[in-house]
Write a protein that binds this ligand. Structure first.
Ligand code: FES
Length: 192
């Protein structure tokens, strides 16, 4: 199948998943660990273990002005950490509110904004940080994203911003308000 058709099918599939809302209750814990972040999910540090359920992150757990922290969503009801898919990895950073665009302030939690950690170029984990201009940095081919402007691309080959993960502004713990705002993954098909 041509790449464009594969890409279109992937987009439609993920779009359907996003519109479908929370998984059916018949889904077991294994499926729950694979599910995309759901409204009401808490966020836990990437290094957390599964048992006992890890402590949810709070805004002040993150250093102000970066660097970012990698995290996983966690089902609040069951304590299941959704680490079953690398596409669930979340990139968190805490910035001054003045640094955030007006649009971002609506889905930030006390200056913390959340995005997919999967680079939109070729799917690497965006694990780097450039402190000089507070930018996310992908270690694979050098794409940079501005977390204060919706993670728009400011350098490198990435073709689109990192999808945002809206947060609830009123909860003490970092809590997912809605699913990712766009489909997750790189545009060149790389998945490792
Ligand atoms: S995978 Fe991130 S810049 Fe290429």
């Amino acid at each position: 199948m041509p790449r464009l058709a594969l890409l279109r099918r992937a987009v439609l599939g993920l779009g359907g998943a996003l519109l479908a809302g929370p998984p059916d209750c018949a889904d077991g814990a294994a499926n729950s660990a694979m599910a995309l972040p759901q409204p009401g999910d808490l966020l836990v540090a990437e290094t957390s273990g599964q048992s006992p359920p890890p402590r949810p992150l709070r805004p002040h757990d993150l250093p102000s002005g970066g660097p970012p922290v990698l995290a996983w969503p966690m089902d609040e009801a069951t304590g299941t950490v959704r680490r079953g898919s690398r596409f669930n990895q979340v990139l968190l950073v805490r910035l001054s509110v003045a640094r955030l665009s007006a649009a971002e302030r609506d889905f930030a939690s006390r200056g913390v904004v959340a995005f997919s950690a999967i680079c939109t170029h070729a799917g690497c984990v965006v694990s780097g940080w450039r402190a000089s201009d507070e930018s996310f940095l992908c270690p694979c081919h050098g794409s940079t994203y501005d977390p204060g402007a919706g993670a728009r691309v400011v350098g490198g080959p990435a073709p689109r911003p990192l999808p945002a993960l809206p947060l609830c502004p009123t909860r003490d713990a970092l809590t997912v308000a809605a699913g990712f705002t766009a489909w997750i993954g790189g545009s060149t098909g790389r998945t490792d």
